[in-house]
Design a protein around this ligand. Structure first.
Ligand code: IPM
Ligand code: MG
Length: 354
């Protein structure tokens, strides 16, 4: 089959890790008889440098002309936190492509159990959870305001809004995913304080009745943060709103040992989906052939699985990554025996194992 992929190389280590992921795509194409063609799309800091906008005109159309989007990373200290920021490009593409479901799996790769900061008796129970983060609503996209007050100086507001429709569609994704996994959904909210959370909870309860084969529980967000470090093996699918998901997914990634290993998928009801590593642009190591390309390569595996319905190709990539790690090869961010290998070498090793 022929697939068109938009490449958003982005900033910092983004271009380096995308390069290695493209090599893996080409290797998969060769082995399984697919052809992947690529279109470069500018977004983030590099787009600000090129044309003054983090989300240049035509970006939505360029992506929609493709079957999937692969993104490296965007942002960096160079662009600061002023009125025009690279991250605006990221939020714009999520909204414009309707990517409301962000899937962030956090699983312990067998070869790297030692890298987890948790106690061995905790990791021995395994970690394999799927964070399902709502990505186009909530406080990230609500109305913002900044105004002067008479006696309290400047005051600001960020509105958090959720509709039943938005909650229901992300909830459904979570239940459907749970059916393909260990059949458990934990819905995370702050219903003891927030009205949006009380609506969230009531919609989730209604859905839970439609999926009687899936075990369901509510969990408050503060307790969830604690449970992720106490016993992450209890979680299968964790579904939550945008900002809680942002925070908890970083926490969940850390307990697996290396944020450099974790992929993500952002999908909506129509193509293209967007695939990107969870890590950022790591400007401190950019251009030094030190970055770990595995999270981006595993994002390609998610692309095979969720956008192209090619599970065998996804398995081939994941198996190759595990094999390379099991042989002891590691980049500088992952602990291991002997000298670390560079970005390019890691990409080459994974291709060789496919
Ligand atoms: C993420 C990132 C983004 C977010 C930032 C860069 C806007 O932290 O993808 O988790 O908060 O969504
Ligand atoms: Mg984040």
């Amino acid at each position: 089959m022929d697939f068109k992929i938009a490449l958003i190389r982005g900033d910092g280590i983004g271009p380096e890790v995308v390069n290695e992921a493209v090599k893996v795509l080409d290797r998969i194409g060769e082995k399984f008889g697919h052809s992947f063609t690529y279109t470069d799309v500018l977004l983030g800091g590099c787009a600000i440098d090129a044309c003054g906008k983090p989300y240049p005109d035509g970006t939505t159309e360029a992506c929609k002309a493709c079957d999937a989007v692969l993104l490296g990373a965007v942002g960096g200290p160079k662009w600061g936190a002023g009125a025009v920021r690279p991250e605006q490009g990221l939020l714009a593409i999520r909204k414009e492509l309707g990517l409301y479901a962000n899937l962030r799996p956090a699983s312990l790769r067998p070869a790297l159990a030692d890298a987890s900061p948790l106690k061995p008796e905790t990791t021995a129970k395994g970690i394999d959870l799927m964070m399902v983060r709502e990505l186009t609503g909530g406080i990230y996209f609500g109305k913002r305001d900044r105004y002067d007050t008479e006696d309290r100086g400047v005051e600001c507001t960020d509105l958090m809004a959720y509709s039943e429709k938005e909650i229901e569609r992300i909830g459904r994704r979570a239940f459907e995913l749970a059916r393909m996994r260990r059949k458990k959904v934990t819905s995370v909210d702050k219903a003891n304080v927030l009205e949006t959370s009380r609506l969230w909870r009531s919609v989730m309860h209604r859905l839970a009745e439609e999926y009687p084969d899936v075990q369901y529980e509510d969990m408050l967000v503060d307790n969830t943060a604690m449970q992720i470090v106490r016993d992450p093996s209890q979680f299968d699918v964790v579904v939550t709103e945008n900002m809680f998901g942002d925070i908890l997914s970083d926490e969940a990634s850390m307990v697996t040992g290396s944020i450099g290993l974790l992929p993500s998928a952002s999908i909506g009801d129509t193509a293209p989906g967007l695939y990107e590593p969870i890590h950022g642009s790591a400007p401190d190591i950019a251009g030094q052939n030190k970055a770990n390309p595995i999270a981006t390569i595993l994002s390609v595996a998610m692309m095979m699985r969720y956008s192209f319905q090619l599970p065998a190709e996804a398995d081939a990539i994941e198996t190759a990554v595990d094999a390379v790690l099991a042989e002891g090869w590691h980049t500088a961010d992952i602990a291991g025996e002997g000298d670390p290998v560079g970005t390019v070498e890691m990409g080459r090793l994974i291709c060789e194992h496919i």
